[in-house]
Design a protein around this ligand. Structure first.
Ligand code: SF4
Length: 489
């Protein structure tokens, strides 16, 4: 399916990729149904609260250096702006740069919701431009503006007549339009592709690197130096000028397929920048497959091979050693799909049995009409485990943990990890996207797992003192109880 850049709207993941948020079964079945087109998401008769896609979309855009986000909605919607601080202050300070991006909520009230507030939106954007001189302005909708049909596009078109030197971009972030918050990543990529990226003039020795918080920045710069290329990290603290040249790169890669898929496909389709579609650089197989694919695209295969051999000699013996201590452990995973199936592979590499993997959503097929590479890899290698798809429905996770009693739980979200700990299970919060990057990351991760399971006193003590809201009745239920169509399968 092609990326359509002549409109400010982006189709939801449900409509573009057939993505789902409800499924219980095994990996084989999930993949088989994806391939043959019979996979249908189940709806829940009970659901806990979830996340708004604007959290993904606007947190990505607000990380760009020196831009303004105008979130046109009630004040509650602007809580997503709190995420900006981490990138523009903490991550920027670590890098020794300044990022003066601002995040402004328009604080719609009842009157605005009835009569509309396009006029005050326009004034707020103009005042923001006067006060902060941003390098780009992103004007975002919300559920409230979507419901009343506030015409953000027309306001933005009018503003473009008055603010001529910088991009002013309409961003459609109505939270109700998709259950899948990763749609927000696509929305932010769409805004960048349509309004900031310019057609190529020259070819540069750069590789676009889509990530979250660039914590392995220096390590990756050093790795790429071996091959004579430079990474350009996106979007955290990237400048608008850097983004305008994305079409001139040698390739696009990403640390997470869920995060990078839309931009990678868009740049490839529009400007012929190759998108590296392999498993991600987590674990041994992931790192090697990914780096070899980059080597092929930039014509540096021998250099990549000799780099890998030198690094293997350093790290593989140590990884093999620690694997002896991890062998036989059993794990449950709950993460976004970009990581669930990648981390499942790494755990299997380390000799840990994956007994259940929960993905917060599942993309049936990517834009290139193929199932996600991480899924494909598992199917060809070791597909024997149970999976569920649930938009972080923690009540289901606790049921699964209670049933399977694993040695550890791994999640990319603290709001999920903490429940497992309260239940008494050692849990690893895989917060940093580079936590398992490359050989060194794999070794460090193995040590983290070992540390987590060796001393379980914290979880045991906490569990003794916490009363959870779940009854014995719930723990006896099968986890697909609330999934309507699975029951009749
Ligand atoms: S846009 Fe909608 S779902 Fe998102 S925070 Fe605002 S009201 Fe909630």
């Amino acid at each position: 399916m092609s990326v359509k850049l002549d409109t400010s709207y982006v189709g939801t993941r449900e409509s573009r990729l057939g993505s789902i948020t409800g499924y219980v079964g095994d990996l084989d079945d999930l993949a088989e149904r994806s391939k043959c087109g019979t996979l249908r998401g189940c709806s829940r008769c009970f659901s806990q609260s979830s996340t708004c896609l604007s959290a993904c979309g606007l947190s990505q855009l607000s990380g760009i250096r020196d831009v303004a986000i105008i979130h046109h909605g009630p004040s509650g919607c602007s809580t997503t702006g709190t995420q900006t601080y981490r990138v523009t202050k903490q991550v920027a300070a670590k890098r020794g740069i300044e990022n003066n991006s601002v995040y402004i909520g328009t604080d719609m009230d009842e009157k605005d919701t009835i009569f509309g507030s396009a006029k005050s939106l326009k004034e707020i954007v103009l005042e923001t431009f006067r006060r902060y001189s941003p390098k780009a302005i992103f004007v975002s909708s919300s559920c409230a503006t979507g419901i009343i049909g506030e015409d953000i596009d027309s306001v933005v078109e009018e503003l473009k007549q008055e603010i001529k030197d910088i991009p002013v971009v309409a961003v459609h972030c109505e939270g109700f339009k998709s259950r899948i918050w990763a749609t927000g990543f696509d929305i932010s990529d769409h805004a960048v592709l349509t309004s900031i990226v310019k057609p190529p003039k020259v070819k540069r020795n750069t590789i676009n690197f889509k990530n979250f918080y660039e914590s392995a920045r220096n390590e990756i710069i050093d790795i790429f130096k071996n091959f004579g290329v430079e990474p350009v990290f996106l979007y955290a603290n990237a400048s608008v000028e850097e983004l305008s040249h994305l079409s001139e790169a040698l390739a696009t890669v990403c640390i997470c397929g869920t995060l990078g898929n839309y931009l990678g496909n868009g740049l490839e389709e529009q400007y012929g920048v190759p998108y590296i579609r392999t498993i991600n650089p987590l674990g041994i197989a992931g790192f090697e497959t990914w780096l070899r694919a980059i080597g092929k695209v930039i014509h540096k295969e021998p250099e990549v091979e000799s780099y890998l051999q030198a690094e293997r000699a350093k790290y593989i013996p140590q990884i093999e050693e620690i694997k002896k201590e991890l062998k036989g452990l059993r794990a449950v995973i709950g993460m976004g799909p970009g990581y669930t199936f990648e981390v499942s592979r790494v755990l299997q590499e380390l000799g840990i049995e994956v007994v259940w993997a929960a993905a917060w959503h599942y993309d049936k097929k990517y834009e290139n009409d193929e199932i996600p590479p991480s899924m494909d890899y598992l199917l060809k290698n070791n597909p024997n485990f149970q999976v569920s798809v649930a938009d972080q429905q923690n009540f289901e996770i606790l049921n699964i943990l209670n049933k399977y009693k694993p040695d550890l739980y791994l999640s990319r979200h603290p709001g999920s990890t903490v429940w497992a700990i309260k239940q008494g299970y050692p849990a690893v919060y895989v917060a940093d996207e580079y936590m398992i990057f490359g050989y060194k990351g794999t070794l460090d991760f193995a040590h983290v797992v070992l540390d987590t399971i060796r001393n379980r006193s914290f979880e045991k003590n906490l569990a003794k003192r916490v009363k959870l809201p779940y009854t014995d009745w719930w723990y006896k239920q099968e986890v697909d109880l609330f999934l309507e169509s699975t029951k009749t399968k």
